[in-house]
Design a protein around this ligand. Structure first.
Ligand code: ADP
Length: 235
């Protein structure tokens, strides 16, 4: 059963259409990259998947028992967020907030935060202040936080913006590991077409006059890809 099934969805704000007739499906274990020009509605789609805004029409259905609060979300980072005055441990643990019962975090939640800091290789940073970390370290912390919120689906909105090429490559390797080894489904909004076709299994290319959805192989053969990439080969 698909984790997300999107049929004939129209997105917009107060009746003004941003994207129309969106059709795609995300199966368990997929790695979907959402690409497209600025303003094509990628972030709006992310907000709809998270349940922050309603779709104008069509069906955006969650399957396999997935609940919106079980989606691990890594938002685009603003400068203000990069300056957040909390310890790494506190930021990671805040990923457990949706499942928190009562005032305190449970032992299991603290263990989960510890496990995810280990997975992301940031355990030695746990008492450091988040605002004092490098951009790459901050992204690892936010990933560990998002992993505390989900065992099923990670949703990442332009996660490599502002990172240098070495840190970016490292980040993609981590996402690949999370997808392959931990079996977590990935949906990533990306401006980085080269990495999108190299790492993901499926592409949703959002366009005002009709979006493309298919496997990476199908996308590489498509006119949409050829026009967008200017005929460059990524093979
Ligand atoms: P992308 O992520 O592909 O750059 P967005 O989803 O951010 O695109 O934006 C798509 C369109 O929706 C843009 O024209 C943008 O101005 C508009 N938009 C985004 N957020 C809002 C909002 N809160 N209210 C009204 N219009 C918005």
């Amino acid at each position: 059963m698909a984790l997300i099934d999107c049929k004939g969805v129209c997105l917009g704000y107060d009746g003004s259409v941003v994207a129309k007739d969106l059709n795609f499906c995300v199966e368990k274990g997929n790695y979907l990259c959402i690409v497209g020009e600025n303003g094509s509605g990628k972030s709006t789609l992310v907000k709809s998947i998270l349940g922050l805004i309603e779709t104008e029409s069509g069906h955006l259905h969650m399957g396999d028992g997935l609940k919106k609060r079980e989606i691990g979300y890594l938002p685009q980072q603003s400068e203000a967020q990069r300056d957040f005055p909390a310890s790494v441990r506190e930021v990671v643990l805040s990923g457990c907030l949706a499942s928190k019962k009562g005032i305190f975090f449970s032992r299991a939640q603290k263990q989960l935060a510890q496990q995810n800091m280990q997975r992301l290789d940031i355990l030695d940073l746990k008492d450091k202040c988040y605002r004092n970390l490098s951009g790459g370290q901050q992204q690892r912390v936010l990933l560990a936080r998002a992993l505390c919120a989900t065992k099923k689906l990670l949703l990442l909105d332009e996660p490599v913006t502002g990172l240098d090429p070495v840190v970016t490559a490292d980040f993609y390797r981590i996402i690949e590991k999370i997808n392959r080894e931990y079996g977590i489904t990935i949906i990533m909004v990306s401006h980085d077409l080269y990495s999108a076709v190299n790492y993901s299994s499926h592409i949703l290319h959002m366009k005002k006059d009709g979006s493309f959805f298919g496997t990476v192989g199908e996308y590489l053969e498509s006119d949409v890809y050829k026009a967008f990439s200017g005929g460059e080969s990524n093979a």
